[in-house]
Design a protein around this ligand. Sequence first.
Ligand SMILES: C[S@@+](CC[C@H](N)C(=O)[O-])C[C@H]1O[C@@H](n2cnc3c(N)ncnc32)[C@H](O)[C@@H]1O
Length: 236
Amino acid sequence: MSKLRFDVVSLFPEAFKNFFNHGPIKKAFEEKIASIHIHNPRDYAIDNYRKVDDEPYGGGAGMVLKPEPYFSVFDQIPKFNKKRVLLMTPQGSKMSQSDFCRWSKEDQLILICGSYEGFDERIRSLADEEISIGDFVLTGGEIPAITLINGVVRLLPGTLGSSESLKEESHNDFLLEHPQYTRPSNFRGLKVPNVLLNGNHKLIKEWRQKQREVRTRSRRPDLYELWKLNQTNLEK
Ligand SMILES: C[S@@+](CC[C@H](N)C(=O)[O-])C[C@H]1O[C@@H](n2cnc3c(N)ncnc32)[C@H](O)[C@@H]1O
């Protein structure tokens, strides 16, 4: 059995085809670190036209997703004890790395993707959490779901070659990652800082930490303030 099972409810299952067939994510699915099952609400529509949407009560633009196909498709998904049901919506709370970390410890994540004008309000009652990927509106929940799956799967033990690479990367502990360089040491006059070339690991560590702080302070003052607050609490 895979360690984390994703069940995705989507009217456009083909949208998921090309996102998990390369790199570490492909390997994670092949090695059963994670598995994915896609369920189409249209297969559970009750009328002859397989209708999944209808006009909004009270009038207005666009079509609203009907509750029956979403509840029916949801009912037939096998449920694990340790699971979260996440509904993709621009009205949700903005997801972050700490959410990925939290969700990576579940046995099952059920993701509900919307389309058109969005969900009949009653469909929201299926979810434990309503999740947004940012303050903008896309045509459907598939790209948000793919983003979420990618971010969670890369945290699962065994997906990446070395778990070390997760430790100092951006958004792990408020600070952004330090600058990275590889060969050549001088490229078109752009030189790699000397400290990285001298093999003194203590100095390299100090330089990297300083760079993380300087970089975060200038690019993301909001994260820098959180980091400082966290440092103060750790010192208490
Ligand atoms: C056009 S949107 C509907 C937006 C809805 N009328 C509203 O104002 O909240 C269609 C679907 O795309 C998905 N979606 C769009 N933007 C999103 C975002 N920023 N985060 C997560 N899901 C999003 C949701 O599943 C949503 O139901």
